[in-house]
Design a protein around this ligand. Structure first.
Ligand SMILES: [Zn+2]
Ligand SMILES: [Zn+2]
Length: 507
């Protein structure tokens, strides 16, 4: 008589928060079907390996057993980690293991004598349904052979304090785990824009912003556009000189910038959820960042600082978790400005592909330069913020059927370097000839300035004439970089001159 004949109490799949997050960040954000192996000790899943090389088609996931066996034999088993099961995704809302899944589980259960059940959680993905759902099934040996049963799932709290964005209650068995979509409470606030945006998408978008100086205005405007989850990361206090160049007020002098913005966002939309972190990005550990990303289906990671190293880390984190990112900065004296962004599955190039000359400059030459943000008119910052706003709308609505914004990111495509000319003599004052080339055939009786140009970018790899990009690998599909970058906190690298701006040579 097998213990699992008895359905009550149901068998519980226990896993750590970290494993859940890893499943979310790999299987959860790709279109079905993909999968990975679960391993653990003492009945708790502590290890997860995303099966990158599995053969997937639209209808079936079949594990790459050669690679998984090697991992199991050479790494997991010697460390006392045993096979617990396989998590894999099904397209659409399908959440039952298939006949093929049962057949596969039977083979494994028959091959491993002392394994009497194998977990087969089925995932519905954010890419397919905009929601992440994990439904815990298992296959077990009975007198009638191997059968599939439904279990429960429980997330184990770790010793570390859980972050404020955790929405799951740890240590409580659940029938399934759902992360993602929620609906806003009806208010009059957004009546005038209810057709302008998909308000449900806006409500479910999380903006993680490293840098809240020049971007203060942008963050507030996003709240006016209905975005309701913000993580604000900036160590600075409001100073009197900020009054001239940023959206800050005299009454706030001496207060942390993030606290002031959080207060104003909540004033605009009391439903907004804001986490102000008065820190540098480099002071956040990898697991803290993981928690800030956790549990949300649509996060945009933003580097809104002219600190090169912070932006470089944004690129790595965004690639590793497969989430969209946006970085921006103003050029010398506000005569121009720049935005770079990534969207896995849309843009072939990452920030590092686009800005490889800047990376070389900071990582190899360690040169100082004398460019500062002094002398930047507030209007340069405001114009940059406006373009960032349109880009954010395109990114947030991507893949939706919204009549105005649903197709915009597709239209933008690989043009993920945006440069703004905020001085008609830009090419002379900045030494960047890109606008001259773009507007070569234009009517010379007209004057152009104040316009952004969206420039096509390629991944850096041998085929495009460069060494392969160390961050994204230069494969042309940023989704291939998911899970490949361990978060390097760049504080150990020589950071001399890191607060200085430099101008991109790319175009
Ligand atoms: Zn299946
Ligand atoms: Zn790259």
């Amino acid at each position: 008589m097998n213990a699992y004949e008895n359905k009550d109490p149901r068998l519980i799949l226990r896993m750590t928060q970290k494993v859940l997050q890893s499943i979310f960040a790999s299987i959860g954000i790709q279109k079905a079907e993909s999968g990975g192996m679960l391993g653990g000790k003492d009945g708790t899943v502590t290890h997860y390996h995303f099966d990158k090389s599995s053969s997937t088609s639209a209808v079936t996931y079949s594990p790459d057993h050669m690679a998984l066996n090697t991992l199991l034999k050479e790494e997991w088993n010697p460390a006392g980690i045993r096979l617990v099961g396989f998590a894999h995704s099904h397209p659409g809302k399908g959440c039952m293991p298939s006949a093929g899944d049962r057949f596969y589980a039977e083979k494994i259960l028959n091959a491993i004598d002392d394994l009497d059940h194998l977990w087969l959680p089925i995932i519905n993905t954010v890419a397919d349904t905009r929601e992440f759902i994990l439904t815990p099934w298992f296959a077990c040996k009975t007198e009638e052979g191997v059968v599939i049963r439904r279990g429960q799932v429980e997330i184990i709290s770790s010793e570390k304090k859980t972050g404020p964005l955790e929405t799951l209650q740890p240590d409580v068995p659940l029938d399934r785990i759902t992360l993602g979509k929620k609906e806003p409470v009806e208010t009059k606030t957004f009546d005038r824009v209810k057709d302008a945006y998909d308000l449900s998408r806006m409500y479910n978008t999380r903006i993680i912003a490293a840098g809240a100086g020049g971007a203060a205005e942008w963050l507030e405007q996003l709240a006016r556009a209905g975005i309701s989850q913000f993580v604000l990361i900036d160590p600075d206090f409001v100073s009197e000189t900020n009054l001239a160049t940023q959206q800050v007020y005299r009454k706030d002098i001496g207060r942390p910038k993030v606290d002031c913005i959080a207060e104003r966002i909540r004033d605009i939309n009391p439903q907004a959820y804001v986490i102000p972190l008065q820190k540098k990005l480099e002071d956040l550990e990898a697991d803290q960042i993981e928690k800030l990303i956790a549990g949300n289906s649509q996060t945009i990671l933003c580097g809104l600082t002219d600190n090169f190293f912070a932006q470089a880390r944004i690129n790595e984190i965004a690639l590793n978790y497969g989430i969209p990112s946006l970085c921006a900065q103003v050029y010398k004296e506000g005569r121009g400005a720049e935005i770079t962004f990534t969207y896995p599955g849309v843009t072939p190039a990452c920030h590092r592909c686009i800005l490889s000359s800047r990376y070389r400059y900071f990582l190899e030459e360690h040169n100082e330069n004398d460019v500062t943000s002094h002398g930047t008119p507030i209007f340069a910052t405001a114009q940059l913020n406006a373009v960032k706003g349109f880009l954010a709308l395109a990114m947030i609505h991507h893949g939706s059927d919204h009549p105005r914004w649903g197709n915009t990111l597709k239209q933008i495509g690989n043009r993920n370097l945006i440069q703004l000319r905020l001085d008609p003599d830009f090419s002379d004052t900045m030494g960047l000839k890109v606008f001259d080339r773009v507007f070569e055939g234009a009517d010379k009786t007209r004057l152009f300035f104040g316009e952004p140009v969206w420039l096509p970018q390629q991944q850096e790899c041998l085929e495009t004439g460069y060494p392969s990009c160390p961050d994204c690998g230069g494969t042309g599909d940023l989704r291939n970089a998911i899970g490949t970058l361990s978060d390097r906190n760049k504080t150990t690298i020589n950071t001399e001159g890191k607060n200085n701006e430099t101008v991109s040579e790319s175009e």
